[in-house]
Ligand binder design. Structure first.
Ligand code: AMP
Length: 217
């Protein structure tokens, strides 16, 4: 399956993508995780992305699209992938369609995670990520690790993302509404969108997502 996950920052895209990718045996491709890995490694790409990420703005398309394409072209993604955080604007959605057409494949579904804005802010404020693997995501109240500050899955140290602060979150939400939300209508016109509520327990949302993907595709 080839799936795109859409939703505002804090909707739980990373958490759900990690679980869905495991269930569906496809790689979880997060452009945010790829940027953070590049920043951690001090690459040129990481240097180019950092100031945009710190400000809660989108990294320019020419950097983002090439990076996403390179990742999708890797062998483990040949049978499918779950895209988390890409595409994030119409130009990226059109570029993705072009890439898939070039490869003779198409998307099976777009999963749209809906969550009220006040909930988003609470989720982001308490979010913690694993330093070893950014797709291991926790929340201090809603999804705490067994041992404070330690990843259940791999024992890595948990940390708070630099862009998970109030000012940056506000920018990221504005960017979501103006730049990213229009891609939902774009994909609705292609008849591939399943919208589900992202409220409730983590496993309830995963079950809902799997049901929706089965039902709509
Ligand atoms: P995320 O981990 O998905 O919340 O992304 C964190 C940050 O990475 C975003 O606020 C952007 O600055 C940048 N980013 C991630 N994905 C993209 C994308 N598809 N296009 C542009 N910037 C992105």
């Amino acid at each position: 399956m080839r799936i795109v996950l859409v939703g505002p920052p804090g909707a739980g895209k990373g958490t759900q993508a990690h679980l869905l990718a495991k269930t569906l045996s496809i790689p979880h491709i997060s452009t945010g995780d790829l940027f953070r890995a590049n920043i951690g490694q001090g690459t040129e790409l990481g240097k180019a992305a950092k100031s945009y990420m710190d400000a809660g703005q989108l990294v320019p398309d020419e950097v983002t699209i090439g990076m996403a394409k390179d990742r999708m072209a890797q062998a483990d993604a040949a049978q499918g992938f779950l895209l988390d955080g890409f595409p994030r604007n119409l130009a990226q959605a059109e570029a993705l369609d072009g890439i898939l057409a070039e490869w003779g494949i198409k998307l099976d579904g777009v999963l749209d995670l809906e969550v009220p804005e006040d909930e988003v802010v609470k989720r982001i404020a308490g979010r913690r990520l694993c330093r070893n693997d950014g797709s291991h995501v926790y929340h201090v109240d809603y999804n705490p690790p067994a041992v404070d500050g330690v990843c259940d899955e791999c024992g890595g140290e948990l940390y708070q993302r630099a862009d998970d602060n109030e000012d940056t979150v506000r920018n990221r939400l504005d960017v979501y509404h103006t730049e990213t939300e229009p891609i939902i209508a774009y994909y609705q016109a292609q008849g591939v969108v399943s919208t589900i509520s992202a409220l409730g327990k983590v496993n309830e949302v995963t079950d809902r997502a799997i049901e929706a993907l089965k039902r709509d595709n």
